[in-house]
Design a protein around this ligand. Structure first.
Ligand SMILES: [Fe+2]
Ligand SMILES: [Fe+2]
Length: 187
């Protein structure tokens, strides 16, 4: 599994599912867990708290026997839906257009996650493990680019992510961003 598959353009993420279905699985008694490191901090405490939960849930999946992963995975999917919706809510509140590229990345990943659930139910019981491993590779790059860029943007416009309010709403008047703030959409 290579990170290039999911670090590229969102449109390239969909073939990941086909890749999951064909790639060999190497039998390991204990999959490598994803450590939380300071490099994952974005500078926004509420975002980081959500990200710590995201990482913990990936590790829970990896530590769960494959035939028992479905309820854990469903909870992870629900959490990821809320995680991405939270960031998109903050983007909309601070001047991003609804079709910004960060939100497009989220949508593509959620689409893949939903397809993976279907494949798991269709007898591919190893696909959740493979997706969790892929997300563990993908997440540091997304966090360091798009999420950290969003965190910096929130700070620059005086947005409080706990109360979800702007210190000065006029600060974002007439601002409509389709990109990812201070970072490239190709990240
Ligand atoms: Fe995030
Ligand atoms: Fe994000």
């Amino acid at each position: 599994m290579t990170s290039t598959i999911i670090d590229s353009d969102p449109a390239d993420f969909i073939p990941l599912v086909a890749f999951f279905k064909t790639m060999p699985t190497f039998a390991t008694a204990t999959p490598d867990l994803m450590p939380w490191t300071n490099s994952l901090n974005t500078g926004d405490p509420r975002m980081d708290e959500t990200h710590q939960e995201f990482v913990a849930m990936i590790n829970t999946i990896l530590a769960t026997p494959e035939d028992q992963q479905l309820p854990v995975y469903k909870a992870f999917l629900d959490h990821t839906v809320a995680h991405f919706a939270q960031e998109e809510r903050w983007m909309l509140a601070t001047g991003f257009s609804a079709d910004n590229c960060h939100a497009e990345h989220h949508a593509t990943i959620l689409e893949t996650m939903r397809v993976v659930e279907a494949h798991y139910l269709d007898t591919d019981t190893q696909i959740i493990t493979r997706l969790a491993e892929a997300l563990a590779e993908w997440f540091p790059g997304h966090s360091a680019s798009m999420d950290a860029g969003l965190a910096a943007h929130l700070k620059s416009v005086g947005f409080d992510s706990v109360t979800e309010t702007l210190a000065d709403p006029s600060a974002i008047k007439n601002v409509t961003m389709s990109g990812c703030g201070s970072v490239s959409c190709s990240s």
